[in-house]
Design a protein around this ligand. Structure first.
Ligand SMILES: [Zn+2]
Ligand SMILES: [Zn+2]
Length: 234
């Protein structure tokens, strides 16, 4: 009642109208700002999503290449035989490639990353996706080397990224070397391998290749030697 009485007194004086106009004006002024803030947040989330997708897909790509080399590759393959030979050597002597200069270790991946980046941009891929994807290829061998290096030799930020798994941690990569080269083929992060292993992705893919194409995985002397050691120890 008191409110209605007050309203009756104020209404003729135009105070209510003035207040309503003031509220309308304030809303009109605030709304574009709120819309712009929401738009910025949306754009930020989209860019972050594209960047993460690029990085994780590069990790998956590293797994496909590594798996193909470990399970089927031959040093006699044309063009890529040299890369397969380096990978076989890495399994015989995992710390060996740490002594090489960065360029000698990563020159091939740097060249491949630049070609892939140009191809993605020409195909119209968003820069926020293409750059992390190419960076993943560019850095894949160095991140792999960091997973083998002694922790005290690595800068603090690298160790912090390893701890959260955005770049692969030594413990995660060690499972690949320990488990007869048949798990954790992706070498960029700690996040893609668990999903693939849970889905038995590589085993299923190898079964499809065996049944559809009659192609079996390579007999690997490094793996056979490790198996013999395990049997003796058992
Ligand atoms: Zn390794
Ligand atoms: Zn391997």
């Amino acid at each position: 009642m008191a409110f209605e009485a007050a309203f009756e007194i104020l209404e003729p004086s135009g105070v209510v109208q003035a207040i309503m106009q003031a509220v309308d004006g304030t809303l009109a002024a605030v709304q574009p700002g709120a819309v712009a803030t929401l738009g910025l947040l949306g754009t930020g989330a989209l860019i972050a999503g594209q960047a993460l997708a690029g990085w994780l897909l590069a990790d998956l790509g590293s797994g496909v290449i590594h798996w193909a080399q470990d399970r089927y590759g031959s040093p006699r393959w044309p063009l890529v035989g040299g890369i397969v030979r380096d990978t076989i050597r890495h399994h015989r002597k995992p710390m060996g490639f740490l002594d090489k200069p960065v360029l000698a270790r990563s020159a091939r991946m740097i060249g491949l990353a630049l070609v892939v980046l140009m191809a993605l941009l020409l195909a119209g891929a968003p820069l926020a996706f293409a750059l992390p994807f190419a960076a993943g290829i560019f850095l894949s061998n160095e991140i792999h080397a960091a997973a083998h290096a002694k922790a005290r030799s690595l800068p603090g930020p690298v160790r912090a990224l390893q701890r959260i798994g955005l770049i692969q941690s030594p413990l995660h990569h060690a499972a690949h070397h320990r488990h007869l080269k048949n798990v954790n083929f992706c070498t960029l992060t700690d996040w893609v391998n668990p999903v693939l292993e849970r889905a038995r992705f590589w085993r299923r893919l190898e079964a499809v290749i065996r049944h559809a194409g009659g192609i079996r995985t390579r007999r690997d002397p490094v793996v056979r030697r490790q198996q013999r050691r395990r049997w003796k120890a058992a």
